[in-house]
Unconditional design. Structure first.
Length: 145
């Protein structure tokens, strides 16, 4: 059994899975605090959102480095498409998260608003998509047993 076949069956490395859990949780909590701010107009919620987004970006960057290393070290194999799609989604998650951080650095109501909420929703969707790809056989071909 090759390393690619083992990876396709067992999922990501445990440390990688732990690191991936942080952006999923932090970006999801960021979305919740954005909604809380839009409903209450309590300014502290925007601070929470900015902090959660920054934490998601830190761990998202670590996940992206791991995904790129996995993509570069696995130059051939049956799950190359999976690695490529996964790295692309994680990279897009980080870019949208960075734009969201710039949006949340604005002052008051304009820091969240419709655009900030939309960025938070897209970031959560991308983080969840990365989790699904990392923990399922999506985009991988079955290897001979």
């Amino acid at each position: 059994m090759t390393a690619d076949a083992l990876h396709a069956r067992s999922g990501p490395h445990p440390l990688h899975a732990i690191l991936l859990g942080f952006p999923i949780a932090l970006f999801s909590a960021n979305l919740v605090t954005d909604i809380a701010y839009l409903r209450t107009e309590e300014i502290q919620w925007t601070n929470f959102s900015a902090w959660l987004n920054a934490g998601g970006l830190v761990f998202g960057g670590l996940v992206l480095l791991w995904a790129l290393a996995s993509l570069l070290l696995g130059l051939s194999g049956p799950i190359r498409l999976r690695r490529l799609v996964y790295a692309g989604i994680v990279a897009l998650m980080c870019v949208i998260g960075l734009i969201n951080a710039f949006q949340h650095s604005r002052d008051g109501w304009s820091s969240v608003g419709t655009f900030g909420l939309l960025l938070s929703i897209v970031t959560v969707i991308l983080a969840l998509a990365a989790g699904v790809i990392a923990h399922t056989r999506l985009f991988s071909r079955e290897v001979a047993r």
